[in-house]
Structures are given as structure tokens and as C-alpha cells.
Design a protein around this ligand. Structure first.
Ligand code: ATP
Length: 138
């Protein structure tokens, strides 16, 4: 009966710092779950939903790209941004999604870096919309 501690850190703040039961994160090689006692590892994150339960209560965050380190029953998530559902401005995310889609439809001939940037922006927007809608409904 060990403990699992979750820390979600962005350049702006420590978004989560608490004891949790489990964490499910959008790894760059696929979604993965961590329970206490997990083998240590380090992986990249892609924009998506990060779920965790604490005291049996579920929590949901939209996260951007970053890294996760699992060690000694601690999960450290370092991401460019992380928002709880209630912090998400759905209208802003929908506009960001439209802008990203527009760029992706126009910029196929341009540098890969522009395309990748637009794709990541689209993923962030979709993640925010999914998480925002999960609690707000539509
Ligand atoms: P936008 O084009 O709307 O700025 P973005 O994906 O470029 O979207 P980011 O660079 O990922 O935005 O985030 C910049 C800051 O704004 C971060 O602090 C992030 O948490 C916040 N943020 C971005 N989009 C939203 C949103 N829809 N609702 C609430 N906060 C947001």
C-alpha cells in the first residue's frame, strides 16, 4: 500500500501536486496508465487528455506536448500548458481549431516545421474541446 504522487508543471504554474490513485496520460507512443509501484521510465507526451483519480474521485486535464517521468512512485509531468475542464475557454479552442485546420489545408507545400506546428496546434485545440465539453456539455 504505497503512495503515488502526481505533479503537473507548466512554465506558468504547478497545476497539480497531490497524492493520487492512478494516472492515465497521452504518451507519444500511446496512452499509458501508471499505478503505484510502476517501473521507472521517461517518455514524451502529445497533446491530449490527462486523467487521474485521487481518493476515488476522477479528474481531467487538457495537456499540450511535454514529458513524463515516472520514478519512485512519483509521476512528474512537464508540459507547455495544462488546463482543468473549468478553466477551458471553449470558444477560444474552437477558433484555434479552425485556424489550425485552415493552415493545414493551405500549407502543404510549405516547410515541414509550419505543418508540424499547425498539427500540434490542432491537437491542443481538440484536446481542450474534448476536456471542456466533457464537463460543460456541448
Ligand atoms: P490560442 O491560439 O488560442 O492561443 P494555443 O494552442 O496557441 O491557443 P497555447 O500556446 O497552447 O495556446 O497556450 C498559451 C496559454 O493560453 C497557456 O497558458 C494555455 O493554458 C492557455 N490557453 C490556450 N488555449 C486556451 C483555452 N482554450 N482555454 C483556456 N486557456 C487556454
Amino acid at each position: 500500500m504505497g503512495d503515488l504522487f502526481l505533479e503537473v508543471v507548466t512554465p506558468e504554474k504547478v497545476q497539480v501536486s497531490q497524492k493520487v490513485d492512478m494516472v492515465v496520460a497521452p504518451g507519444s507512443l500511446g496512452e499509458f496508465g501508471v499505478l503505484e509501484g510502476h517501473v521507472p521510465f521517461l517518455t514524451g507526451l502529445i497533446p491530449g487528455s490527462l486523467r487521474y483519480t485521487a481518493g476515488g474521485k476522477p479528474h481531467l486535464l487538457a495537456v499540450s506536448s511535454g514529458f513524463v517521468e515516472v520514478s519512485e512512485n512519483k509521476v512528474t509531468v512537464l508540459v507547455d500548458s495544462a488546463e482543468r475542464a473549468e478553466e477551458i475557454d471553449l470558444e477560444r479552442a474552437r477558433l484555434a481549431m479552425e485556424r489550425a485546420k485552415e493552415r493545414l489545408s493551405k500549407e502543404r507545400g510549405r516547410k515541414d516545421i509550419d505543418f508540424m506546428r499547425a498539427e500540434l496546434s490542432l491537437r491542443r485545440a481538440i484536446a481542450r474541446i474534448k476536456v471542456g465539453e466533457a464537463t460543460k456539455g456541448k
